[in-house]
Design a protein around this ligand. Structure first.
Ligand code: SF4
Length: 310
């Protein structure tokens, strides 16, 4: 496989499509079972309530308008755009009856320039019927389902109030694989009660699953969250930038090289961040990571078992 230090998404997409695929973020006004009381209330402890918009009825959505403003925004800003994916990012975007989902996603796909869908959701908000719908779409479009898991440890999932366990995530991946749907997982590194050894085990666990893409970010406490309240009452240890980059390097060394990395650093504005705030851009943070990996003569998958490579 032709990778250097990290199998980055941008490079992978360019190789696959010959240019840039622009994601346009859509807020389809879903909610989440962890907020509406069906699984819990208050949401995951790190989740910023401010990111939740006001409730709007699903059939009032103007997805086409959101897409159009995304196209307008990207004109002249990005070079060599060869396609657009509608990115349903906020909330749990499969948390509605299939008939509602069809209305929403079909509306996005009716827009000519849209060549794919990215659907962010929770592993407990998917079933075979919904997956069959997305599978059918893969005949004509790229479809990516992005599952939040955050940690492979049930103790952590309980402490952060996820409302589901790790097995639920594994089951969702098993249900999704083999359908032509690309699978992305999302994890957080840095929960203060987890250890470096546990993060390495997380890399090994992700490597074994049928995932195509991975998004990782450091634990940072943002305002208007349950975690911010906990932090104010009793501050806890958060990884600083150097510590996080060191952990990331080891994590990546154990990660299957074919997993495409979509993100390695989370970002929030200074106004929203309680701790830690890193002023560098993602571009600069990625460069710092790569520089250190070069210095150490290492790369993604260096410690991934060779006999697992195919
Ligand atoms: S992080 Fe996701 S699952 Fe958790 S409360 Fe926020 S939207 Fe819901």
């Amino acid at each position: 496989m032709d990778i250097n230090e990290v199998n980055f998404y941008g490079k992978y997409i360019k190789k696959r499509y010959g240019g840039r695929i622009q994601k346009i973020t859509i807020d389809a006004n879903f909610t989440c079972p962890n907020r509406d009381g069906s699984k819990g209330v208050g949401g995951c402890t790190y989740c910023n309530n401010k990111s939740f918009g006001t409730a709007t009825r699903l059939n009032d959505l103007k997805i086409k308008d959101q897409l159009q403003s995304g196209f307008d925004y990207s004109v002249g800003r990005y070079k060599n755009v060869v396609g657009y994916f509608a990115y349903f990012q906020s909330y749990s975007n499969t948390y509605a009856p299939l008939s509602e989902l069809k209305k929403i996603y079909n509306e996005a796909l009716e827009v000519d320039k849209i060549t794919g869908l990215v659907v962010g959701t929770r592993p407990d908000c998917i079933d075979r019927e919904k997956l069959a719908y997305f599978e059918n779409l893969t005949k004509d479009y790229e479809v990516v389902i992005e599952y939040g898991i955050e940690s492979i440890y049930d103790e952590t999932l309980e402490r952060i109030n996820r409302g589901h366990d790790y097995q639920c995530f594994v089951d969702a991946i098993d249900m999704t694989k083999g359908r032509g749907i690309k699978i992305c997982a999302h994890i957080i590194i840095g929960f203060p009660w987890e250890t470096k050894e546990q993060w390495i085990e997380t890399a090994k666990a992700m490597s074994k699953l049928s995932i195509d893409y991975l998004k990782i970010h450091q634990l940072h406490v943002v305002k208007n969250t349950l975690m911010a309240n906990e932090y104010m009452v009793k501050p806890f240890k958060l990884l600083n930038k150097e510590e996080y980059i060191d952990v990331l390097i080891e994590f990546l060394e154990h990660l299957r090289p074919s997993i495409v990395i979509q993100r390695l650093f989370g970002s929030a504005s200074k106004e929203l961040t309680v701790s830690p705030f890193w002023p560098e851009t993602t571009f600069d943070l990625n460069n710092e990571l790569i520089r250190k990996m070069k210095e150490r003569d290492t790369y993604q998958g260096r410690l991934y078992p060779k006999n697992n490579l195919n």
